[in-house]
Design a protein around this ligand. Structure first.
Ligand code: FES
Length: 357
């Protein structure tokens, strides 16, 4: 092959590999903060100011959280604003915004912005390349001002750390710490009690055992709920919602420990799904199955409400029933196990007695 042929071949190969000419890197333009020490120092102070304001805003957030009345309002632009949440939003949001502005300003004005092009190469590196990488990394850290600008780094760390304090303070809004005693008085207790009548939840008429037919399902609630109002009513109703079903006693399985909980095949269960708490009343009369529309958990009401399908992890709690002197359905007690979704601290050992299952 002649030298002319060889040169032509390389040029042709090069054209195949690089059909678009490499434009190279544009000429580097120095920033003011690079060429003017005063501008550099000004940017440095601006970044510090951004990070330095964050602790002040975080402290203001905490003070406002406790000092400003939750219901105070003010009128502006035709809208009624809640002072508490508006001030919390402003201080908390501004703190996070300043961290972002400070970090971006630091990167744009103070870190090294020299453009570098790196050729693609084999994925694995030899020892020399690894050493070169470590050297470049160290040079980059030095260029970014991480060592030189120690105060910037410390202020950023401090700002990020203190901005977590307002977030922690707001956890107090989640309510009392759920120790066992608190749980017993809140989520593990409903207003069902001995002698409380079961009423239809749409017309509030007490349910008479003799009026229920086999296969019928009624959405119900405790009669005592009607005396409550507002938040107390909502809280009580959410936990005490009930479904009452009548089945042929010969077609269902009633464990020994629950044989006195039904009235001639009339059984009552919590209406709150034990998965994540949807109200349930999709009733399949023939199979005795109750289906939750949210995630399809299916409970067998003819077998103590056990789960036969779906994500729910435990049976529907059953309410022990009896009839009063006038033949109306009443509770024997509260539920014997907590209603609603499970939670980590819940003790499921008492859901069934030994030999029931
Ligand atoms: S809430 Fe009932 S299955 Fe999820």
């Amino acid at each position: 092959m002649t030298p002319e042929h060889s040169t032509a071949l390389v040029a042709a190969e090069d054209e195949t590999l690089h059909p678009v000419p490499d434009p190279g890197i544009e000429e580097h333009v120095e920033r003011y903060s690079d060429v003017d020490a005063a501008a550099g120092n000004r940017a440095y102070r601006q970044v510090l100011a951004c990070f330095g304001l964050v602790p002040i805003l975080a402290i203001a957030f905490v003070v406002i959280y406790f000092a400003v009345p939750a219901r105070a309002t003010f009128h502006l632009l035709g809208v009624n604003w809640h002072v508490h949440s508006t001030l919390l939003g402003l201080t908390g949001g501004l703190a996070v915004l300043l961290i972002g502005i400070g970090a971006i300003h630091w990167a744009r004005q103070l870190m090294n912005d020299t453009e570098v092009a790196e050729e693609r190469h084999a994925a694995s590196s030899d020892e020399e390349q690894k050493a070169g990488f470590v050297q470049k990394l160290n040079d980059g850290i030095a260029d970014a001002g991480v060592q030189r600008r120690g105060l910037l780094l410390a202020s950023l760390g401090g700002a990020l750390g203190i901005v977590a304090v307002p977030a922690l303070v707001t956890l107090a809004d989640l309510g009392p710490w759920p120790v066992a005693a608190t749980r017993r008085e809140t989520i593990e207790k409903t207003i069902w009690a001995d002698g409380v009548r079961v009423v239809n939840d749409s017309n509030y008429r007490p349910l008479k055992a003799s009026e229920l037919e086999i296969g019928q399902l009624v959405n119900a609630e405790p009669e005592s709920l009607l005396k409550l109002h507002g938040k107390e009513y909502q809280n009580a109703k959410a936990k005490a919602a009930l479904i009452v079903v009548r089945m042929d006693p010969n077609s269902i399985r009633i464990p020994e420990s629950r044989k006195d909980w039904h009235v001639g095949g009339i059984l009552a269960y919590s209406k709150i799904c034990t998965h994540v708490g949807c109200p349930i009343s999709l009733w399949e009369q023939q199979t005795h199955h109750l289906l939750c529309p949210c995630h399809q958990s299916t409970f067998d009401l003819g077998n103590s409400g056990v789960v036969v399908f779906g994500p729910a992890a435990r049976a529907l709690p059953q309410l022990p029933l009896k009839v009063d002197a006038e033949g109306y359905l009443v509770a024997q007690s509260d539920f014997t196990v907590p209603v609603g979704p499970s939670y980590f601290e819940r003790d499921s050992r008492n859901d069934f007695k030994d030999g029931d299952r």
